[in-house]
Design a protein around this ligand. Structure first.
Ligand code: WQD
Length: 352
């Protein structure tokens, strides 16, 4: 509160958003977008898949150091203690989760414990402290292999092909069930393929170990960190034989969260629980991504075609009409802009 007896306009109207996993790739970009939109942000993160340095990156971009507490949401007593000492939270954006498809197949219990228990403990605190605005980080993985493209939110949810995807499906159901019997209002954002980095190159994707995802593997190959990219199959039923995805700039994705927060805080959610696809609405194949990267970087990418990766869907890209119309949100970056921002970040990280 400011010194004089009347709070400043900013203090009166600043809403406080708790961002779990807020030092992660999408989380950190969302924190920047929230601060730029005038929200006060509180981050909790267990630092299992990121670095505390990200806090500095956020602060350099916005000149507003977000509050931060290192906390593991799997420890129920710690979660309870946090909410006992941190009041006046107007909304929660829940990113904190394990998200590697392959790892989830090898270690399902890690995924069910982390992704499900953490969500349940958070929702219990929402109930205990009357926090009624909740945004969940979901994924197009819930759709499995689409029958119709582009895919919309009414498409059938198919049996998950990985424990990771299953945790996203189960989490959506848990949230929906809680909304039905409590004051909770929630939005699940189903991400397609987030890529790229903030234009400042002060924050970006920091894969731990060998990147599982295409674009960081491409930029690390171009930077000489990896010898060559393996393209997992070019014998699919697509125009050039490689898989098709919807690659969305992480800053566009971050801004979708701000729109979702505004919708909940302004009580404009037309139902207790809503889901939105967050993609560009355009599909690009792996080989098209490689070609686009070579064009923006001016570098020839070293790659080889190898056998298919188990669990890959052939093609998936979003019908974004619902998010455009109801959230008033639309992705604005195209593939080359997104790849250029990823390459700028990689060069910054590697000092090249
Ligand atoms: C994209 C395409 C690969 C790496 C996953 C999760 C999803 C979300 C994003 C968390 C596929 C091909 C990849 C490589 C390749 N994660 N590829 N060589 O699998 O579409 O989505 O990450 O929210 O939930 O499922 O992304 O980047 O791994 O793969 O050829 O070294 O690139 O086969 O066709 P994916 P991806």
């Amino acid at each position: 509160m400011s010194q004089n007896k009347f709070p400043s306009l900013r203090e009166v109207h600043m809403k406080k958003i708790l961002v779990t996993g807020g030092l992660g790739y999408i989380g950190s970009h969302t924190v920047v977008a929230l601060q730029e939109a005038g929200y006060e942000v509180f981050i909790i993160d267990n630092l299992s898949n990121t670095s505390i340095d990200v806090l500095q990156g956020i602060t350099e971009i916005t000149n507003t150091p977000p509050s931060f507490v290192r906390l593991d949401l799997r420890i129920k007593s710690d979660v309870e203690k946090f909410f006992q000492t941190h009041k006046d939270i107007d909304g929660i954006i829940h990113f904190a989760a394990s998200k590697a498809v392959g790892e989830s197949v090898e270690n399902p219990l890690l995924y069910y414990e982390n992704n499900i228990n953490s969500l349940v403990y958070l929702l219990q605190e929402c109930k205990a402290h009357s926090i009624s605005n909740f945004i969940f980080s979901s994924s197009c993985t819930v759709y499995g292999e689409p029958d119709v493209l582009p895919i919309n939110e009414e498409a059938p949810i198919k049996k998950a092909i990985s424990p990771y995807g299953n945790t996203k499906q189960i989490s959506e159901e848990i949230i929906n069930d809680v909304c039905k019997v409590s004051s909770l209002n929630a939005i699940a954002l189903r991400y397609f393929n987030p890529i790229g980095a903030h234009e400042s190159a002060l924050i970006g994707e920091l894969p731990v170990g060998v990147p599982q995802n295409l674009v960081p593997y491409i930029t690390q190959t171009a930077a000489g960190v990896r010898k060559e990219l393996s393209i997992f199959g070019d014998d699919y039923n697509t125009p050039d034989g490689s898989c098709i995805r919807d690659y969305i700039h992480v800053v566009d994705l971050a801004k979708a969260h701000v729109k979702a927060v505004e919708r909940l805080i302004n009580a404009e959610n037309s139902a207790k629980f809503k889901v939105f696809n967050v993609g560009t609405g355009k599909g690009n194949s792996v080989l098209e991504v490689v070609t686009a990267f070579e064009e923006i970087s001016g570098k020839k990418l070293n790659y080889k075609i190898v056998k298919r990766r188990p669990g890959d869907v052939v093609a998936v890209f979003a019908d974004t009409k619902k998010a455009n119309d109801e959230l008033g949100w639309k992705a604005v970056h195209n593939l080359k802009e997104s790849l250029a921002s990823a390459w700028k970040w990689e060069k910054k990280v590697r000092g090249i």
